[in-house]
Design a protein around this ligand. Sequence first.
Ligand SMILES: *[C@@H]1O[C@H](CO)[C@@H](O)[C@H](O)[C@H]1NC(C)=O
Ligand SMILES: *[C@@H]1O[C@H](CO)[C@@H](O)[C@H](O)[C@H]1NC(C)=O
Ligand SMILES: *[C@@H]1O[C@H](CO)[C@@H](O)[C@H](O)[C@H]1NC(C)=O
Length: 180
Amino acid sequence: MMFTKAFGLLGLVSTMTAALPMTLERRDTNSTGGGVEIINNMGKDIYLWSVSNSADSTMVTLTSGGNTYSESWKTNPDGGGISIKMSTTPDQADVLQYEYTLVSPLIYWDLSCINIGNGSEFTTAGFAVTSNDSGSCPSATCKAGDTACADAYLFPTDDQATHGCPDTVQMTLNLGSSSG
Ligand SMILES: *[C@@H]1O[C@H](CO)[C@@H](O)[C@H](O)[C@H]1NC(C)=O
Ligand SMILES: *[C@@H]1O[C@H](CO)[C@@H](O)[C@H](O)[C@H]1NC(C)=O
Ligand SMILES: *[C@@H]1O[C@H](CO)[C@@H](O)[C@H](O)[C@H]1NC(C)=O
């Protein structure tokens, strides 16, 4: 998967960032200008955790009705990437992941359905990633009801689902796709 792929390059990046003061909110200390926004169109509350290897992750509740969560690209002080885990329940029973690894000047990202169950409400509703840089950054769409979505990881070997984009990109993940 992407974490393994980017690991060699990331060693270099983490060496450089290791000397920086560590805080949970790194967005203001070293921002490339890009990031991801997650929009809840599911018609119900969604629970979200932004997880790196070392940092504790706080549960964020996105109440229904188009509420959004935004994050500027962060680096993981332990190397590897960041996983934003989204669940329809606070106990993480049904987890859709948006994973990314910042290796300037690129951001590698993917959607992972590996931990979502059969009959997931995410699958039923569909979800899509778009960006403000469609010329150099691919999008990903899992249509409502598509249990075999080619744009997401269904199995750990689905490497074609990892995308590289300029790290200045602003991405949008719609849960319960608003764009159809
Ligand atoms: C972010 O960190 C990298 C690596 O340490 C550095 O080269 C870059 O200038 C930093 N960017 C900002 C906006 O501070
Ligand atoms: C999900 O559905 C597939 C196909 O119907 C089935 O083989 C599999 O056992 C199911 N998995 C779970 C966790 O229920
Ligand atoms: C996308 O949005 C980010 C953040 O606002 C901005 O820095 C970047 O230049 C934009 N990219 C394009 C191609 O417009």
